[in-house]
Design a protein around this ligand. Structure first.
Ligand code: KIV
Length: 281
């Protein structure tokens, strides 16, 4: 359970920021209202991740996700979450061109959805943008390490920080985005020792995904932990349920019932009124 009393309202960006080094921050992705309702009581933070392109829309990567998709799913999650802080991803191509472009996209997403903050991918090269947004009322969560929007330059979804140069670059990236004003940093697919160094080196919470227990919080894709997405399962995912199989079984039973005329049964049908002309026909 999150620590914020429901009566005091939603967990805020400063609340999360203040959790550095304290109780671990619980985060999951959410894309829809019903899922957000289910997650809200248990999570401090709900991330409307652009992973929805792959998980919900069946895309091969996150690169084709649009701002409109993020706005629509952001609104849906805000309708379902009453307690958790909601952060929405800036999709590929909507912020990298300039800090002004980033501000236009981020302010549009904040205004349309009512979410608390946006997340963007990138290290030191995004520091100016993060500073620009933060100074203008847009809280920013940074995302370093394995960055799915850079799948083409990274040559696949590969773990990061594996040699000294890469590790030093990542630590410098983390310092740069934190100094620029990011209130939190997602560290994805990163060697444990590097994630630990990063967490020690910056004064804002790190949220790990495949980056070890050293981080100040954890995030996973909800469909991964529930067994609802099985195109591929990264090593860092722990599966807590197998709802995909449960869905197949339930739907199979429904199909059998329909084919065997067992559904609908009497209790699912509207009866004829006790009195009236129809009875006599
Ligand atoms: O898009 C996403 O869901 C993410 C998380 C997995 C960190 O960026």
């Amino acid at each position: 359970m999150s620590t914020t009393n429901k009566k005091t309202g939603r967990i805020s960006v400063p609340d999360l920021r203040a959790r550095k080094g304290g109780e671990p921050i619980v985060c999951l992705t959410a894309y829809t209202t019903p899922m957000a309702q289910r997650l809200d009581d248990h999570c401090d933070l709900l991330l409307v991740g652009d992973s929805l392109g792959m998980v919900v829309y069946g895309m091969d990567s996150t690169l084709s996700v649009t701002v409109d998709m993020m706005v629509n799913h952001g609104k849906a999650v805000m309708r379902g979450a009453k307690n958790a802080c909601v952060v929405v991803d800036l999709p590929f191509g909507s912020y990298q061109e300039s800090k002004e472009q980033a501000f236009r996209t981020a302010s549009h997403i904040l205004a349309e959805t009512g979410c608390a903050a946006v997340k963007l991918e990138g290290g030191a090269e995004m520091a100016d943008t993060i500073e620009f947004l933060s100074a203008r009322g847009v809280p920013v969560m940074a995302h370093i390490g394995l960055m799915p929007q850079q799948v083409n330059t990274m040559g696949g979804f590969k773990s990061q920080g594996r040699d000294d140069d890469a590790a030093i670059k990542m630590i410098n990236d983390a310092k740069a985005v934190a100094k620029a004003g990011a209130f939190s940093v997602v560290v994805e697919g990163t060697v444990e020792a590097v994630a630990r160094r990063i967490t020690k080196a910056i004064d804002v919470p790190t949220i790990g995904i495949g980056a070890s227990v050293a981080c100040d919080g954890q995030v996973l894709v909800t469909e991964d932990i529930l067994g609802l997405f099985s195109d591929f399962t990264p090593k860092f995912v722990k599966r807590y349920a197998n709802l995909g199989d449960a869905v197949s079984e339930a739907v199979g039973q429904y199909a059998d019932d329909v084919r065997n005329r067992k559904f609908p049964a009497d209790e699912h049908c509207f009866g004829i009124p006790k009195k009236g002309k129809l009875r006599a026909v």
